[in-house]
Design a protein. Structure first.
Length: 92
């Protein structure tokens, strides 16, 4: 059982390898969010330096780094994404 299944968080589209971003993705985006500055900023700097200032980073560690979401992290996510309604049990 995966952590998402345990928390009853639905995954749309099934498992897949990550899809590389393309310049047209950034041009079409109203908002750009990346999870983990440490992980993604070097790639963005190398491949898309022109969008560096547009990116908003959410510092949510992978499960091997951060086992559960604390209340301040949950409140931060809820404030940044007020229109997203969780389904099933919340990871908070």
């Amino acid at each position: 059982m995966t952590e998402l299944q345990r928390r009853t968080i639905p995954v749309r589209g099934g498992a897949r390898y990550p899809i590389a971003a393309r310049p047209k993705d950034f041009k079409a985006a109203h908002r750009i969010i990346a999870v983990s500055r440490r992980e993604h900023e070097p790639m963005v700097r190398e491949h898309f330096p022109e969008v560096m200032e547009r990116i908003q980073y959410f510092e949510i560690g992978d499960l091997d780094v951060e086992k559960r979401l604390d209340s301040s992290t949950c409140n931060e996510w809820k404030a940044k994404l007020p229109r997203i309604q969780p389904t099933g049990r919340s990871p908070c």
